[in-house]
Design a protein around this ligand. Sequence first.
Ligand code: BG6
Length: 512
Amino acid sequence: MTIGPLQEAPDNPLVAGLERLPVHPTTLVIFGATGDLARRKLLPAIYNLAHEGALPERFNLIGSSRSDLPDAEYAKQAADAIRQFSRREPDETVLEELLSNVRYISGSFDDNTVYDRLREALDAFDEAAGQPLNRAFYLSTAPEFFPVIVGQLGEHGLTHHPGAEVRAVIEKPFGTTLAEARQLNRHVLSVFDEKQVFRIDHYLGKETVQNVLAFRFANGLFEPVWNRNYIDRVEITAAEDIGIGTRAGYYDNAGALRDLVQNHMLQLMCHVAMEPPVHFEADEIRDEKVKVLRSVIKPTPETVDDVAVRAQYGPGTVGGDTVPGYLQEEGVPPDSNTETYAALRLEIDNWRWAGVPFYLRTGKRLARKMTEIAITLKPVPHLAFQHDGSVGVRPNQLILTMQPNEGVSLSLGAKIPGSRMRIRPVNMEFLYGTSFMSQSPEAYERLILDAMRGDATLFTRNDEVEAQWEICDPIVTKWEATPGPLPQYEAGTHGPAEAERLLEGDAHWRAI
Ligand code: BG6
């Protein structure tokens, strides 16, 4: 397939878009090609890359799943998924061109013949191109198939391709415990080199998450205060209003800690806490993040109850609709002790951060969808205008909003106009929507493109994923050993009252 630039080139630096950097001709293979993730995220992302002319000039797509489908039927299903979930209305010509040559390989992932047929299809694309094409294998299946597929690719000699690159993109969850993550890493790395492996954490593909580093390292203003001398606490929230939908099978075995804290939230924390890398390069950035993770004081069976709170949503009202509690959701065992809310107090024991609490919380069925990092500075040491009404004086707070209303806001104390010296907080705001003129690309667009380019900056390295597990594993173990009943919170609220006990001093969680 060859697709030229469709839209006006993003020459205007204020228009968001993926730059058309050269990408080697590639065949992308999606395992789990009819699954939810492929339909909702991967195929629409590939379409949008095609729409922007950002795919390599020669790009081929192969889907593989259990369902038995002819190529044309898979192409039709893929087109339907793109029409339903793409962030932009698809252009039918681009869509047709993208899917005109799609191949589909059916079979179960442990079936040898799947990989024989896959090799034939890959070779046929090479032959048509007259050159060896790069190969990217995207594992978007249930996690129990990751080792199976990786093993089969190894046995069928598909992990290396003379004259071209082979890459494996592995979805989350990467293991469900530290031991499993280590075992999966060993397995993957017995077949691929680390340089070939791209472990997905889709938060890293979000523009706003990358902006945390731009904000910190492209502006001299904040660095002098970015430490324990000036920062009182850091609060990271990933709240969702949705429940678990049709994902009970996955979610009830995962829970909030594994689903969001072990990956996305610890990554957000690393972005706030890491030291500046020497270069903006994959290993240098990941080295700095690993240092942060290693500096976290690990919970122990004795401290878990002091530093972590879990809870489950009960029935309630979200956005005006009455919704069931977690235990009433379809597919959830009525006595499940899986947490749908988790809050943690972590401490990064290093020179910059010792003594500063990092509060992390996430939950399903909370009042609204909101992901933010709130950094509260220490109060001023002395207030000169105490007598004249300093009631409104509050410590400065910097809020980095990942979604929605993406932006940055800084609260300042300002004088209320009038003859008296009265202060109240006001906000200085930057909003993506008004500063940049178009919709940001979806995280998966950037990530698929980077994996094809071989740039691992926005992917998790083996030691990084294990360091994340080292923090969460003791909590998972303790929680599994001490079944509930769990504290409940009403759906549509700010979460359980129990979470307040994690906070030090007179701090309170920010409203959701
Ligand atoms: C996924 C989790 O990794 O992230 C989901 O498995 C969660 O449970 C989702 O809903 C949240 O992602 P986003 O991009 O909507 O914040």
